[in-house]
Design a protein around this ligand. Structure first.
Ligand code: ADP
Ligand code: MG
Length: 729
């Protein structure tokens, strides 16, 4: 086995960077060439078809069959010019990736002639018979029918020779089976609620969109080493491996110059991303060795989510060309930083205003404060739901896991805004406000610096931080489809804005003027949300104690956290606003419990296999060498000398033997616990059992293996070590 490790290492040492395929043109010249965007629509569609598609995109109007046929004609013409042969409905099932099933344009024409055909009917809807995707009991495999339907708001694109049509995925009976359908509903709910609140400030606002920019963190591992680590291949994380003597202590990787081989990979995948209209902009080395980040310019949430899913796909594909594997797992290596996908999120109006960016005068700033406070309140009220939206097996190693961030969801605002909110909370009274107080408050908020970006202190430990003109939701995991977090965040904010509007309107009805009513409800909201505001170090022990005092919950258990999707309040937020039906929500949580159980089960099996078939035999081999050595000493030395020389070796034999026995015993116990858990009825209880009874063994077993790694002869150790995985590039 060790041969594989050493031949892999040799391969890595001899690697030369793969030549880049980036065109010599400037990026703006080829940006979006593989996307059927408005510009191309105008060119390829009839005037009428172009008009109806635009209406569908901006106003959500659906297309008639004839209109769809018109669009299909233009789309086919463009696709054929680009050498496309197949098309697929591209959707986001409740797994971690995206799904596609290709069909050729090819059809049998008259007299046996083959022709390329593509109709409006297949553009708009398809029945992929995708019966094996998780549905949480909504469908049985014998009633396989699931439909995909075109999401006109996300443009069609080409990958290779396939035309990809972004779609939602629903069951025959209309229930959502994917992430996109509820996301679109949540975004439309936010639109409605935010437009209503905007009317207090600007009657011209007709539409509000959520905006999202995802910072994507990832690790790169050389392909040869990756193949020598079955745990990486099957679970995308190392289930064993002693910490490298040097890893991230010196912070010398962070923002360092990007190594050439890595740079070639980055430029190549960025180029593919540009062609697909994904505006990647930022790239840098991250804190952990071989960890990197890329971030696009923010876009409308639905599009940003599609682009992030597509980007992960592109990165995986291009990495192979460069003999790398990209790891999106939240915690591929113990003891060093994990990866997140910071969701930078805000709201923008059709009039071009970022609602979380302060403006120039008291009026726009009151609007800014209104939205800011309502987001804070939403995070306070939907605290458990927001955590549930980012909790899953792989992210549990980050959230509340071995190192920060904790599973406590708090909000950071910075000193300036914190003082501002304190001021409002302390000055505004329940009684009618005096003209002097009104003027004072308005003067105060009029002074909020237009560019808060430069005036806001940063807090890198906060799971939900205000960063000057947006919130950065950092608890989202790097491998996640951000739809899950975006459905919940946008729904929670929409719910809160609706409540806010009702309260303000009620006060206005009672005779308060508008500003006064707004101030009063803001004050109430600030006071009610105080517990969620935290400016200190979220990684500290003190925060855990303080959060408990504030009754802010800290649920590290994945199933327990997921269960919060089903509280009365969560249902009010998600079902009350028609984002989910009760059945959809329950089945979704069911899917999550099952996913959790299966992932722990897979990891437990891999570890058991590696421990017994790779590690134990290696340790026994080395122990045998030591035993032979001790026997040899006995043969050639006198008793006295033998005792002096053999002592240390004998001790090593005992230590190795103890580790072997422990591994053997723990693996057996783990298997027994799995057997017990497997027969538990009910996916919640089963997930709990897997978490509390099976998962701890992963840690316990690896402890012994990692100790052995430090003792056993390097020459025979079968798996690439952390120093090799992290420091070869
Ligand atoms: P950081 O300093 O947090 O590392 P980055 O430059 O890595 O920042 O990423 C910031 C992300 O925030 C980018 O994707 C950027 O487009 C996004 N962003 C900026 N403004 C907004 C906004 N109004 N809404 C959503 N995302 C935004
Ligand atoms: Mg960043």
């Amino acid at each position: 086995m060790a041969e594989l490790r050493f031949s892999a290492l040799k391969e890595v040492y001899n690697r030369v960077p793969v030549e880049k395929k980036t065109p010599s043109k400037s990026i703006s010249e080829y940006f979006g060439t593989n996307v059927f965007d408005l510009h191309k629509m105008e060119h390829y569609l009839s005037k009428e078809a172009f008009r109806v598609v635009k209406k569908a995109i901006y106003e959500g109007k659906s297309l008639t069959r004839q209109e769809a046929d018109q669009v299909a004609i233009g789309l086919k013409a463009w696709a054929l010019e680009k050498g496309v042969t197949h098309f697929t409905h591209w959707f986001h099932p409740l797994t971690d990736g995206t799904a596609e099933k290709h069909d050729g344009f090819l059809e049998m024409g008259e007299n046996g002639h083959m022709v390329e055909n593509f109709s409006g009917a297949v553009l708009v809807q398809s029945e992929p018979d995708a019966s094996s995707f998780p549905s949480g009991g909504i469908r049985n495999t014998f009633e396989a029918r699931g439909y995909t339907a075109w999401d006109v708001s996300s443009p069609v694109f080409i990958v290779g020779t396939t035309l990809c049509i972004p779609t939602i995925f629903v069951s025959y009976t209309g229930e959502a089976l994917d992430y996109k359908a509820p996301l679109l509903k949540a975004l439309s709910e936010l639109d409605r609620a935010a437009v209503d609140v905007c009317q207090y400030f600007d009657k011209d606002v007709k539409k509000v969109i959520g905006t999202l920019g995802c910072e994507q963190e990832y690790f790169l591992v050389d392909e040869a080493l990756y193949y020598a680590r079955p745990d990486l291949v099957l679970a995308e994380r190392t289930l064993m491996g002693h910490q490298s003597a040097k890893d991230q202590q010196l912070s010398d990787h962070y923002f360092g110059s990007i190594p050439e081989r890595i740079m070639c990979f980055i430029e190549d995948f960025e180029c593919e991303a540009y062609k697909l209209g994904i505006p990647v902009k930022t790239r840098h080395n991250e804190v952990a060795p071989n960890q990197f980040e890329c971030a696009p310019i923010h876009e409308e949430v639905n599009l940003a989510v599609d682009h992030n899913q597509l980007l992960m796909d592109i990165m995986k594909r291009i990495a192979r060309n460069h003999k790398f594997r990209v790891l999106f797992h939240e915690k591929p290596f113990a003891g060093i930083n994990g990866s997140g996908k910071h969701n930078n999120w805000s709201m923008a109006t059709n009039t071009g205003v970022n609602l979380l960016s302060p403006g120039k005068n008291p009026k726009t700033n009151l609007q800014f404060l209104t939205f800011l406070v309502n987001v804070v309140k939403a995070v306070n009220e939907s605290n458990e739901l927001i955590r549930a939206s980012v909790m899953n097996e792989s992210n549990s190693y980050r959230l509340g896991g071995h190192e920060a961030p904790p599973a406590i969801i708090s909000v950071f605002l910075g000193t300036y805004l914190t003082e501002m909110l304190d001021n409002i909370a302390s000055k505004v009274t329940e009684k009618k406000m005096t003209p002097a107080l009104k003027t004072e408050l308005k003067l105060g908020i009029g002074k909020i610096p237009e560019i808060l970006l430069d005036n806001t202190d940063r807090n890198r430990t906060s799971p939900f931080a205000f960063t000057g003109n947006r919130f950065e939701f950092r608890a989202v995991g790097s491998s996640a489809n951000c739809s899950a977090s975006m459905i919940v965040l946008n729904a929670a904010v929409a719910y809160q804005l609706t409540k806010f509007k009702k309260e303000v309107d009620l006060l206005i009805k009672k005779g308060r003027n508008k500003d006064e009513a707004i101030f009063q409800v803001l004050k109430k909201s600030i006071n009610e949300s105080k517990r969620v505001l935290f400016e200190g170090d979220n990684y500290s022990k003190e925060w855990h104690a303080e959060a408990a005092k504030r009754k802010l919950c800290n649920i590290v258990s994945v199933p327990e956290s997921l269960k919060c999707y089903l509280t009365q309040f969560s249902k009010e937020v998600l079902i009350g606003s028609d984002i989910f039906t009760e059945k959809e929500l329950e089945s979704r949580v069911e899917v999550e419990y099952e996913k959790f159980t299966k992932k722990v089960q897979i990891e437990a099996r891999i570890l058991g296999d590696l421990a017994i078939n790779h590690i134990v035999p290696t340790a026994i081999r080395y122990m045998t060498t030591l035993i032979d050595n001790v026997k040899g000493l006995r043969d050639i030395f006198s008793d006295l000398e033998y005792e002096r020389l053999a002592g240390a070796r004998k001790e090593m034999i005992i230590i190795i033997s103890d580790h072997i026995s422990n591994i053997k015993m723990l693996v057996n116990e783990m298997v027994e616990e799995r057997k017990k858990a497997n027969v538990i009825e009910g996916s919640y209880k089963k997930a709990l059992a897997y978490e509390s009874k099976v998962k701890p063994y992963l840690e316990d077993i690896r402890q012994h293996i990692d100790k052995l790694e430090l003792i056993v002869d390097n020459e025979i150790w079968p798996l690439p070590k952390y120093r090799e995985l992290l420091f070869t590039k």
